[in-house]
Design a protein around this ligand. Structure first.
Ligand SMILES: [Zn+2]
Length: 375
């Protein structure tokens, strides 16, 4: 049986490219993971998500445990079969979303008690239960249960949450057990404080994980502060294991993170933006709602090979958005996911050929041009 492994192929400065191998397929890194919150990447068929170039999806433990329930998904053959995606799936631990979405949370050393934002039902989530849910789902990459403190938080509060998360990481490792072909990732916390990040990384390395996430960023601290942490935090983690930056981000966040040594990322941005009329292109953000597109026969991006750009005009995309037609969200989501994957492929190529700096300069130059002139 194929085991979970990570091979680094090339580095260029601190940027890295490589490959994660799992029994369900390979993940080329740096990798962008589209988010399939409720067992679907909204507005996309799984084969369409694959066609954009995605090797792996992310599923949300919190959402799936509440609806339709992890035990039910397990009875139906696991999440891959349930959602018709046979390639790798990473699931988060539920911790972050309990803190951001659930009602009446009560946090103790043992875990978190909360009420569902869906129906008000009461639930208890612990490191052990999170591992059990992620096993029931059949996740290939399982995340340790952690606490990400809500911002703004004091240094003492960030330190307390980090140390609790490290004790939970140990309990997660214990509960995960021995599962060949599956991986458990630990999550570094510590806010924007170098000493706390270092302490967290040391604690995780002492436990030992198949991969390491950098958590507690992209939670409102701003790009400058995030890059400030990424200037040192990846270097605290083992070189021979994948590094995953959770919840990032916009195209320029992704490029800056890869430049600093991150291998994996996930974000709802391309799919969420696609449903609200926002497109991301090589030349920046395009608001398809804007009246300037109403008579424009040109594609969103003449160089893009996605179905939205090869088959439809800006005028059509504008019209279907204004008319509230479902195809609007479908086409823009497809384009956005395609563009995000194109960025990843461009970076993988550039890193393997030792020309990441030139690629990055071109990426920023194209964005600085802004969208094409109106007709
Ligand atoms: Zn396109």
């Amino acid at each position: 049986m194929t085991r979970f492994s990570f091979d680094l192929h090339a580095t260029d400065g601190t940027a890295r490219t490589g490959k994660i191998t799992t029994p369900r397929g390979e993940i080329r890194t740096p990798a962008f993971m589209p988010v399939g919150t409720a067992a679907t990447v909204k507005a996309m068929l799984p084969e369409s998500v694959r066609a954009t170039g995605a090797d792996i999806l992310l599923g949300n433990t919190y959402h799936l445990m509440l609806r339709p329930g992890a035990e039910r998904i397990a009875r139906l053959g696991g999440l891959h079969k349930f959602m018709n995606w046979e390639r790798p799936i990473l699931t988060d631990s539920g911790g972050f979303q309990v803190m951001s979405l659930a009602d009446l949370r009560k946090l103790t050393e043992e875990g978190v008690t909360f009420r569902s934002h869906v129906d008000g039902s009461k639930h208890h989530l612990t490191p052990e239960r999170s591992m059990e849910i992620q096993r029931l789902l059949g996740s290939d990459i399982v995340m340790a249960f952690d606490e990400c403190p809500a911002l703004p938080a004091t240094d003492d509060e960030v330190a307390r949450a980090m140390r609790l998360s490290m004790r939970w990481a140990e309990r997660s490792r214990e509960a995960f057990g021995d599962r060949p072909g599956h991986a458990l990732f630990g999550i570094m916390q510590g806010g924007v404080t170098r000493e706390l990040r270092k302490e967290s990384a040391e604690a995780l390395k002492a436990i030992g994980f198949e991969g390491y996430a950098i958590g507690g960023l992209a939670v409102g601290e701003g790009q400058e502060a995030m890059f400030g942490v990424l200037d040192y935090a990846p270097g605290f983690l083992p070189e021979d294991k994948p590094r995953y930056l959770m919840g990032v981000g916009k195209p320029d966040d992704i490029v800056g993170a890869v430049k600093r040594g991150v291998d994996m990322m996930d974000c709802v941005l391309p799919s969420r933006s696609g449903r609200t009329g926002q497109a991301w292109t090589r030349r920046g953000q395009v608001n398809i709602k804007n009246a300037r597109h109403a008579d424009d026969p040109r594609p969103l991006d003449e160089h893009c090979t996605c179905p939205a750009c090869t088959g439809y005009s800006r005028a059509y995309l504008h019209h279907v958005f204004r008319a509230g037609e479902m195809i609007s969200g479908m086409l823009l989501t497809w384009h956005n996911l395609h563009y995000f994957q194109e960025i990843m492929e461009g970076m993988r190529q550039a890193i393997s050929e030792g020309r990441f700096a030139a690629w990055e300069a071109e990426f920023h130059a194209q964005r600085a041009d802004g969208d094409i002139e109106r007709l």
